[in-house]
Design a protein around this ligand. Structure first.
Ligand code: PLP
Length: 357
């Protein structure tokens, strides 16, 4: 097997793989499964330091982003889209798809969103139903201070949707302290389960906004309101993928049993950045380095393809180029979750050194 060192999907620990092979019940008809699901959601909320309710949705991480937008947006709602990266910009498409008016606040892709500048902008215009922001924008590895940003937006009465898919459990976040209304995560990033589940937390303010809608949500699968009384009614909007959820539960227990998880991510990330700059390579970003991914510029005289292909063919390690406006410009090393260990990162760094020489 190739050593997977991409910024998601990442390596999956054996206990998670085994948990997905246990016998399963009929999740719709077995009341015990509703307890199991609810307890798993409560474990997720506690690991994210929030009293907000969580849901596990059957679908890749993108589902959470679309569901948050679908459930909040009504026709002509003004939505502030914070764009300092590819995923940041992408939210505008979801907003317009559901009839909203996306107002894009664009800033330098090499820098964190400047909270002071954002405050000045909001002083002039803060008539937004909600705002979208990306915690770690993976194509560039940009980490935003979502705590400061979401607390600021809350002061202006603006709800927040945060894409933390590639940051969750690798970068510290206290959802209640950050006052985040809807936080989205995915199973295949730092959580280190296989692809297939979206994780969301939903605040009471967000639920109130759902209730106050005048029109129906233009989706069934992306409607977070369908989970409202699942436990009381013992009714899921669709049959839950029991094996996926058992895998996620095991991965969440792994996180719970790993009290140094954030510290380890921070150490591995710093070591990676130091090694990269030590080789004479240049990091893409000027600040806002995420603990979960390191992104550096393709050196002159080389192509991204050459680096990733040689890494795979000669060293049997998979790292990533990037996509969208970043295609061909940078290389990404994913050191999140199970990938965040010295042995694996040393193998990548040793190989990279040989390749660029
Ligand atoms: C991985 C990821 C997602 C999920 O989308 P993919 O199509 O699997 O990449 C969403 N947001 C961010 C920031 C991600 O890193």
């Amino acid at each position: 097997m190739v050593k997977l060192m991409t910024p998601g999907p990442v390596q999956v620990r054996e206990n998670v793989r085994l948990a997905r092979s246990y016998e399963t019940t009929n999740p719709d008809l077995d009341p015990q499964f509703y307890d199991y699901y609810k307890e798993t959601c409560e474990l997720l909320s506690s690991l994210l330091h929030t009293k907000n309710e969580s849901y596990l949705l059957s679908g890749e991480g993108i589902l959470g982003l679309e569901a948050a937008v679908a459930t909040l947006t009504e026709k002509d709602d003004r939505v502030l889209v914070l764009d300092n990266g590819v995923f940041g910009a992408g939210f505008a498409d979801f907003v317009t798809l559901y009839g909203g008016q996306a107002v894009v606040y664009k800033s330098d892709y090499r820098k964190q969103i400047d909270v002071k500048a954002l405050k000045e902008y909001l002083d002039n215009d803060h008539d937004f139903k909600y705002a979208t922001v990306v915690h770690c924008d993976t194509p560039t590895g940009m980490l935003n201070d979502v705590t400061a940003i979401c607390r600021l937006l809350k002061e202006y009465g603006i709800l927040t949707v945060v894409d933390s898919v590639s940051a969750m459990f690798g970068n510290y976040l206290d959802v209640d302290e950050a006052r985040i209304d809807i936080l989205c995560g995915g199973s295949q990033k730092a959580l280190s389960a296989p692809v297939g589940m979206t994780l969301v937390t939903v605040s009471d303010d967000a639920k109130k906004a759902f209730e106050e809608r005048k029109t129906k949500v233009a989706s069934f699968y992306c409607n977070l309101m369908t989970f409202k009384t699942y436990y009381e009614d013992k009714w899921f909007p669709y049959t839950m993928p029991a094996s996926d959820i058992m895998g996620v539960r095991c991965a969440l227990e792994n996180v719970k049993n790993d009290p140094d998880i954030i510290g380890r991510h921070a150490r591995i990330a710093k070591k990676t950045r130091d090694a990269i700059t030590g080789m004479g390579l240049e990091l893409y970003a000027q600040d806002g380095y995420s603990n979960t991914v390191t992104v550096f510029n393709v050196p002159q005289g080389m192509t991204a393809d050459y680096i990733t292909t040689t890494m795979k063919e000669k060293y049997n390690i998979m790292i990533a180029g990037s996509f969208d406006v970043m295609t061909g410009k940078v290389i990404r090393i994913g050191h999140m979750g199970e990938n965040a260990n010295d042995e694996d990162i040393d193998a990548v760094l040793d190989a990279l050194k040989e390749i660029i020489n």
